[in-house]
Ligand binder design. Structure first.
Ligand SMILES: [Zn+2]
Length: 313
């Protein structure tokens, strides 16, 4: 399905890139010297672009599995079985047999991961690192951590949606709806993992089912606010052309590399004043030909962010 893009909006496809580097290496430099070099790149940068994927929120403490899952979703695990209900990621793909069951699960998931979660220290430290700089955040995360931690709404482009919103399942009109109150009502009324039929939301335009506002198929709604964020990101990229720019990439793996990981590499390839700092638990490989313009730091990201902050202040 090809979406119509209004003339006055940027085409977000231009931000995407599907080309991986061919010369990835794990750098062998000592951790301390990597942190030092990364801090220098940020300190000397005119602008910083943060690109954050799932690994950032996992490192921050927003775990989808383990005790956080089993403690909070025990009734769902019991009802639907341990084989399916292994963690919140897998649970989201469970083929719920009714709208009452679907929203019974998703209202809980959204409240847990978007509404009742406090801003995590990792994000607050990140904010401290960039707050006095020209910065922009590009993220595939839908958990609102950047906004909660002080980042300006006008400097965030969350490309993949928001746990706090719902849309027509068939995307029949380009509008999203705030669902916080509805999710709270569902959570209070849920019995045996099901919400009452009276709380099942219906599309106000076509009367069909509603869905979470998450990019999972071609029906994802890109509303006016989404396009405005994309426009602001395009403007930011144009403004920083030719300046010293540090791209700080956090927890972006190879599941969805075409939104942040490969485009960041492309920006560094095409702009000699740009550099890449890649923080990633297991996949901190960087293109060898970037030389000292790339720093790949593996392992504990929360520690790396704290150490970076310590070096920059
Ligand atoms: Zn509809």
């Amino acid at each position: 399905m090809i979406k119509k893009i209004k003339k006055n909006h940027v085409d977000w496809q231009q931000f995407l890139c599907g080309t991986p580097a061919r010369d990835y290496i794990f750098q062998k430099d000592a951790y301390e010297s990597q942190i030092h070099a990364a801090a220098e790149l940020i300190k000397n940068a005119d602008a910083v672009i943060i690109g954050a994927g799932a690994g950032a929120s996992t490192a921050a403490g927003l775990s989808y599995s383990g005790k956080r899952f089993t403690d909070n979703f025990s009734e769902f695990i019991e009802k639907y079985g341990k084989a399916y209900m292994t963690d919140m990621y897998a649970a989201g793909f469970y083929p719920f047999s009714s709208e009452e069951a679907k929203w019974g699960y998703w209202s809980k998931h959204a409240l847990m991961n978007r509404f009742t979660t406090p801003p995590f220290p990792l994000y607050k430290e990140l904010y401290d690192i960039v707050k006095d700089k020209e910065y922009f955040v590009l993220t595939t995360n839908v958990d609102h951590q950047f906004l909660k931690s002080g980042f300006s709404d006008s400097r965030i482009f969350a490309t993949q949606g928001d746990y706090g919103e719902i849309q027509c399942q068939r995307g029949c009109h380009q509008k999203v709806y705030d669902a916080e109150e509805l999710f709270i009502q569902m959570d209070e009324a849920r019995k045996d993992c099901l919400i009452p039929s009276g709380l099942v939301p219906k599309c106000p335009v076509c009367g069909g089912n509603m869905a979470m506002h998450l990019r999972c198929d071609n029906y994802f709604v890109e509303d006016e606010a989404w396009h405005e964020s994309a426009d602001r990101y395009a403007d930011f990229l144009a403004d920083i052309k030719g300046k010293k720019v540090a791209l700080l990439e956090l927890g972006v793996g190879f599941n969805t590399p075409i939104i942040i990981r490969f485009p960041f590499e492309k920006l560094v390839r095409e702009n000699e004043t740009y550099s890449l700092i890649r923080l990633n638990m297991d996949e901190a490989v960087v293109p060898e030909n970037f030389g000292s313009r790339a720093i790949g730091i593996g392992g504990d990201m929360a520690k790396a962010i704290s150490d970076l902050k310590g070096r920059i202040k």
